[in-house]
Design a protein around this ligand. Structure first.
Ligand SMILES: Cc1cc2nc3c(=O)[nH]c(=O)nc-3n(C[C@H](O)[C@H](O)[C@H](O)COP(=O)(O)OP(=O)(O)OC[C@H]3O[C@@H](n4cnc5c(N)ncnc54)[C@H](O)[C@@H]3O)c2cc1C
Length: 333
């Protein structure tokens, strides 16, 4: 599968990168049409070979020094450049000791080879994926197109008016549980977005990011709360998650304060479970209230349909992940 023709631009400063994006995307158009950012390239190159998108220009962030640093904040939080590699972050002792959920999510991304190239920004901004469509062009030609390719149709929910491709990235649920903040910048200026507000439940328009904008930093605030991340996948180091969960919880033992439960790889955006968290805060982390919290998940999961397997199987994965994660967090001091 040959790469579509394109030019590769290599800015050496953030200003130069922002000006390139501004000039290349002037005149409007879709996010991926004219210029696309590339970091580690582990997903972009794959998708270009599959001919999902064929941007005229790739703008690499690998040589932008402002995006490669980790800054220590006064309160013990970290401000991480978007082009930091996953392998370097997973090896960072500050992340290991302060943010176990983040460390576990970093380790869960693909294989060592992918983590050597892949970056945090690329993971946070990963394109959505669909079990029906993420295949070669020849394979796709054997069936009707869809929102991801050339027509307004969804193979997952044929009556749907939008795309149901899944957000399969591992770090976003952990970063959401940890209340991370994203810095997004363009030549027009910079803005801060809580990661919890960054994603949208539409596979074709799943991020709050304009064509001329890039993610520059991910800020993870300090926390004393217990936190963890878990993922279910058939082959570790190879497959994307069939379901993932991140939990953060104050208090000790069964006492739960300020709990956040986030499911990943279930929908086009990570899902924050609101009612189950309320049940746990009110009744604690005993076995009975965990089961009650799981019962409360039903409505919040929405249409779990984009699958490897049946809807009931994926719902079962989600319930099992919630049960295991809550039991495990109860054991943490
Ligand atoms: C075999 C295989 C298995 C994989 N398994 C997993 C897995 O288990 N879990 C998982 O989470 N991922 C997985 N991935 C996907 C991918 O490798 C990782 O998500 C990786 O972190 C992507 O980072 P990257 O730097 O290579 O991104 P790239 O491929 O360079 O970019 C990915 C997307 O992010 C955008 N982007 C990159 N940087 C920025 C920025 N600073 N601002 C705005 N947009 C930006 C790009 O335009 C592109 O749309 C897998 C990939 C492969 C090939």
């Amino acid at each position: 599968m040959l790469l579509p023709e394109h030019t590769l631009l290599k800015p050496v400063s953030l200003d130069q990168c922002l000006i390139m994006l501004r000039d290349l995307t002037a005149g409007g158009g879709e996010r991926l049409e004219k210029a696309q950012l590339i970091a580690g390239g582990t997903d972009v190159i794959f998708n270009m070979r599959l001919k999902f998108f064929q941007p005229e220009h790739l703008v690499s962030v690998r040589r932008v020094p402002e995006l490669q640093r980790i800054e220590e904040l006064d309160d013990g939080g970290l401000r991480i450049g978007a082009a930091c590699r996953l392998v370097d972050l997973a090896d960072d002792p500050r992340i290991q000791s302060r943010f176990p959920a983040f460390k576990q999510a970093l380790d869960a991304v693909a294989s060592a080879q992918v983590r050597n190239m892949g970056t945090l920004g690329g993971n946070v901004c990963l394109e959505t994926r669909c079990w029906f469509t993420n295949n070669s062009e020849e394979w796709r030609q054997g069936r009707q197109g869809c929102f991801k390719t050339d027509c307004e149709h969804c193979h997952v929910i044929p009556s749907s008016t939008h795309c149901h491709a899944i957000n399969n990235a591992d770090t976003p649920p952990a970063l959401m549980a940890l209340d991370a903040m994203l810095t997004v910048q363009s030549a027009r200026g910079s803005r801060e977005v809580p990661i919890a507000e960054f994603y949208r439940p539409d596979g074709m328009d799943h991020m709050d990011l304009q064509p001329d904008e890039l993610l520059t930093h991910i800020t993870v605030p300090a926390t004393r709360d217990r936190n963890l991340f878990m993922k279910y996948t058939p082959r570790k180091g190879m497959d994307f998650s069939l379901g993932a969960i991140a939990v953060r919880c104050g208090g000790q033992g069964e006492r739960a304060e300020n709990i956040r439960i986030v499911l990943g790889s279930i929908s086009s955006a990570p899902i924050v479970l609101v009612e189950p968290a309320r049940v746990i805060e009110a009744d604690g982390l005993g076995d009975a209230s965990i089961e009650q919290a799981i019962e409360q998940m039903r409505d919040e999961l929405g249409e779990v349909t984009n699958l490897y397997g049946r809807a009931t199987y994926k719902k079962q994965i989600a319930k099992t992940l919630v049960r295991r994660a809550l039991v495990k967090i109860r054991e943490r001091v």
